[in-house]
Design a protein around this ligand. Structure first.
Ligand code: UGA
Length: 440
């Protein structure tokens, strides 16, 4: 039996990964992308951002003919049995989610539905506030198509939980699938789509599915902020936070994961989604005090490494500091909300000479900090530096040896903002090693 044809609207991070993985499952997939530049790049198997394995997988699916970059979006929409909306949801100044692209895409889907025979399911994968599918997307499609939901079409929310840097693997082997459909027929179509998936599947209503996505990201961000707060205290009272994690992790109610201490969380998801759900909370007269606290804590946490530098070097004015790692996490060139930016700013404000390095994200960081200075290699960044701050745990930095660090650096202070090294590795060397959550 041939697999249902799919149209994915939006060739960004989530849309592209979704399209590739559905094509790998044997669906004929058309990817609709509004930007002509991005469209021609994708058609030539060029991915406009760095994500391990994605360009190779795209090239394979294009070559096999399972995935096409649609040149005629109306036709792609009209001929598909399932449409995924993966369009951008920018933030407003108050944290609210701008639904312009979602509404526009829903209108396009509706217009294509006008003359379409047969049944179509419209699936929202973009992260949108609870109620958006029912209150915004469904009415927009109904208006544009002139058809109420039911016989001709149905809708579902199907949030995405993939992580940057591991996007393909997460999408191929999700730990759960969450679907909130508007009616039984749409739900049946989604159950059939995911029939082969091995992971738990949670079917509920659209509002619940939308709320699940925000709750997951809020919980994870609050967990990181909590870990960092306790790690800061552990350090002050002479304890290693990882020894604490070893003691709390076996409790299944706590678990050992996502408790890595560091300079805080960045990326396009946690900061934005927390601000969005904070806004929903304010509108619903239910302020989210823990989410507020996590966001506040995340602004202060990057400065912890600056304090450590002051403890080690005293005055920072005129000191040469290597800032290693600009991406918000390894294996991506994404610098959105990277903690490297507040660290860079704080060091510059204190008069330090900051030399930045990243294996992948120097160009993207330059857009945030045009006056930043860059070194071509990690060796060049470290040569003659008084101190180094490790902001992203790239494999290239983990592979540095104490001997290299000691021989290249001037004062050899290493402040590890991501806990990449074992303290013992520096015993007997001239490197002064400090790390978040590592008591002395
Ligand atoms: C996050 C979620 O983990 C995904 O499940 C979700 O699908 C995604 O947001 C999204 O909403 O699209 P992502 O932002 O790609 O994924 O990256 P994470 O691996 O979660 O890391 C986010 C930040 O938290 C990074 O800056 C990372 O360094 C930091 N982090 C993570 C810590 O500081 N400590 C940890 O223990 C884990």
């Amino acid at each position: 039996m041939s697999k249902p044809s799919i149209c994915v609207v939006g060739g960004g991070f989530v849309g592209l990964t979704t399209a590739i993985v559905l094509a790998q499952h044997g669906h004929p997939v058309s990817l609709v992308e509004a930007s002509p530049e991005r469209r021609s790049a994708l058609a030539a198997a060029k991915v406009p951002f760095f994500e391990p394995g994605l360009a190779e997988a795209l090239a394979t699916e294009l070559a096999q003919g399972r995935l096409t970059i649609a040149s005629d979006p109306t036709k792609a929409l009209a001929t598909s049995e399932i449409v995924f909306l993966c369009v951008g949801t920018p933030s407003g100044a108050d944290g609210s989610v701008d639904l312009t692209f979602v509404e526009r895409a829903a209108g396009d889907v509706g217009r294509a539905l006008r003359d379409r025979a047969g049944y179509q399911v419209v699936v929202v994968k973009s992260t949108v506030p609870p109620g958006t599918l029912e209150d915004v997307v469904v009415p927009a499609i109904a208006r544009a198509s002139g058809k109420p939901p039911g016989d001709a079409w149905g809708a579902a929310s199907n949030p995405e939980f993939l992580k940057e840097g591991a996007a393909l693997r997460d999408a191929q082997e999700p730990d759960r699938i969450v679907v909130g459909a508007t009616d039984a027929r749409a739900e049946a179509a989604m159950r059939a789509l995911y029939a082969d998936a091995k992971c738990p599947q949670v079917f509920s209503n659209p509002r619940t599915a939308e709320m699940i996505k925000y709750t997951a990201n809020s919980f994870l961000a609050v967990k990181i902020a909590f870990a960092n707060e306790m790690a800061n205290l552990s350090e002050k009272v002479g304890v290693d936070w990882y020894d604490v994690v070893a003691g709390i992790g076996p409790d299944p109610r706590i678990g050992p994961h996502f408790l890595r201490p560091g300079v805080g969380f960045g990326g396009s998801c946690f900061p934005k989604d927390l601000a969005a759900i904070q806004h929903v909370g304010r509108e619903a007269a239910t302020p989210l005090t823990l989410v507020d606290a996590a966001l506040h804590h995340n602004e202060v946490q990057p400065l912890r490494v600056v304090e450590m530098l002051k403890e080690e070097l005293g005055e920072l004015r005129g000191k040469r500091i290597a800032l290693l790692g600009l991406a918000f996490k390894p294996d991506t060139d994404d610098v959105r909300e990277t903690r490297a930016l507040p660290i860079w700013r704080a060091l510059r404000e204190r008069g330090a000479e900051v030399v930045c390095h990243d294996p992948m994200a120097m160009e993207t960081f330059r857009t945030l900090a045009p006056e930043a200075s860059f070194a071509k290699t990690v060796e060049e960044a470290l040569r003659g530096a008084d101190a180094a701050v490790l902001q992203t745990e790239w494999a290239e930095y983990r592979a540095l040896t104490p001997a290299q660090i000691a021989s290249w650096m001037h004062a050899a202070v290493l402040v590890d903002g991501r806990r990449c090294f074992e303290r013992e590795a520096f015993d007997g060397t001239r490197v002064r090693y400090r790390a978040v959550g590592l008591g002395r």
